[in-house]
Design a protein around this ligand. Structure first.
Ligand code: CA
Length: 419
């Protein structure tokens, strides 16, 4: 399908992130709280206000709450009819233009709000290049991938309460760190604070009991960009034997716009070749991934941005549908609004690595930035920005930006506690 035209003329360009083909859903802060919004061209449409004024109506009211929880929990037929209604109202020649025109807000003027309430959050470790790089650093190239890695998407249960929307500042955490000479640990601010470039999948319909990969795929409502902020020194001390805990609990940022799965369908692509055939319950049931170009940039305070890496979502070894199917094998129920982090998305080349841990090879090879500074890990005042888009036939499906600024650690939160 080619570029579809809208009466919002800034949407009708091959370089626009938010054409009529996309229609990503977000939430914006308002005087009264928050409003549901859709991005089109250089604008967001305040759908909560437009719905309340009777200028757009869906099969049932879907925008009253100011976020998309209600729509996300609906059957997929409702997702499709919602998109049809929205597309028809914003299409070139629509009679809705006269009414909706006054509900456009420039994207530059909006303050993002969480587009949905995260029910639960699970993070995976399912990018092969990332797992190989990290495994090589810590265990050597021979044992880089653990024996289970090519057979199941490795994951851990994270904290829904830690997920924040793009634009939220992130405070450098304190934590317990390994002693300098392998002696007693210390409690100190994290010195190796990092990002992880990931995609997040949002579960729409809930489930009880195991689901197939095809069923899991049908359950996914849409995708966001996701930055899993990571405290590497805290992680190194705490992770054995149960995996990361406080190292991943400071914050996880998501992009303000949810790209619905239907918008990404023309950009589907195959997973990489399999070294071992997957067991039947995890096997691919078609092209499982999407061709989404991803980029990460770092802007030191008061300086120009530097691109740190460019990669693509097709580098994942396990898709979100396979992760979701695996998540349910135990009988684990999945809830509407569950968020699944893909795992860090690195490509095979050095400039395609999705974390500073990999880019600086554990701090041994600092990255040179545009204005002469270098980074092994994030410094206070650094702004980290993820961006991404899929390429359709003559149009883009953009995700917008997922950014956050690192704030300095507070003074010792436990100062004065008895030794
Ligand atoms: Ca992660």
């Amino acid at each position: 399908m080619p570029l579809e035209k809208s009466w919002v003329t800034s949407a009708n360009s091959a370089n626009c992130a938010f054409p009529l083909n996309n229609l990503p859903l977000g939430s914006m802060k308002t005087e009264n709280g928050a409003a549901c919004a859709v991005a089109i061209g250089d604008f967001a449409v305040n759908l909560t206000a437009a719905e309340a004024a009777g200028l757009i109506s869906f099969a049932k009211p879907l925008c009253v709450d100011g976020n998309w929880d209600h729509l996300i929990s609906e059957p997929s037929q409702t997702w499709a009819s919602f998109r049809r209604t929205l597309k028809s109202a914003l299409a070139l020649g629509s009679s809705a233009e006269a009414g909706l025109n006054s509900y456009l807000v420039p994207l530059a003027d909006i303050t993002p709000n969480m587009p949905f309430i995260v029910a639960e959050y699970t993070d995976f470790y399912a990018g092969r290049h990332h797992a190989t790089n990290v495994g090589t650093m810590f265990r050597g190239a021979e044992n880089a991938l653990p024996p289970n890695w090519l057979h199941i998407p490795i994951g851990y249960n994270g904290r829904a309460s830690s997920v924040v929307v793009s634009g939220t500042d992130v405070r450098r955490p304190w934590g317990q760190l390994k002693g300098p000479n392998d002696d007693l640990p210390t409690f100190a601010p994290c010195a190796r604070f990092d990002f992880e470039l990931e995609m997040g999948a949002i579960v729409g319909r809930p489930s009880t009991g195991p689901v197939s990969v095809a069923q899991a795929d049908a359950m996914i409502f849409g995708y966001v960009l996701l930055n899993d902020w990571s405290a590497r020194d805290i992680q190194a001390w705490e992770y054995q034997p149960l995996g990361p805990f406080q190292a991943k609990a400071t914050a996880t940022s998501i992009s303000p716009w949810i790209v619905m799965k239907e918008a990404l369908e023309p950009c589907r692509t195959e997973t990489p070749p399999r070294e071992f055939e997957l067991l039947p319950h995890l096997r691919d049931c078609g092209p499982m991934l999407y061709d989404i170009d991803l980029e990460v940039s770092l802007t030191p305070q008061g300086q120009k941005a530097s691109t740190l890496a460019r990669t693509n979502y097709r580098e994942m070894y396990f898709s979100s549908a396979q992760q979701l199917a695996h998540h349910t094998t135990s009988g684990c129920s999945m809830r509407s609004g569950d968020l699944l982090g893909s795992g860090t998305i690195s490509g095979p080349e050095k400039h395609q690595r999705g974390s500073l841990l990999e880019l600086s090879w554990g701090g041994k090879e600092p990255m040179e930035l545009a204005e002469g500074q270098s980074r092994s890990f994030l410094q206070d005042g650094d702004k980290l920005t993820l961006s991404g888009h899929a390429q359709g036939e003559g149009y883009l499906i953009g995700f917008g930006e997922c950014s956050g600024v690192v704030l300095p650690a507070l003074s010792n939160p436990f100062e004065g506690e008895k030794e």
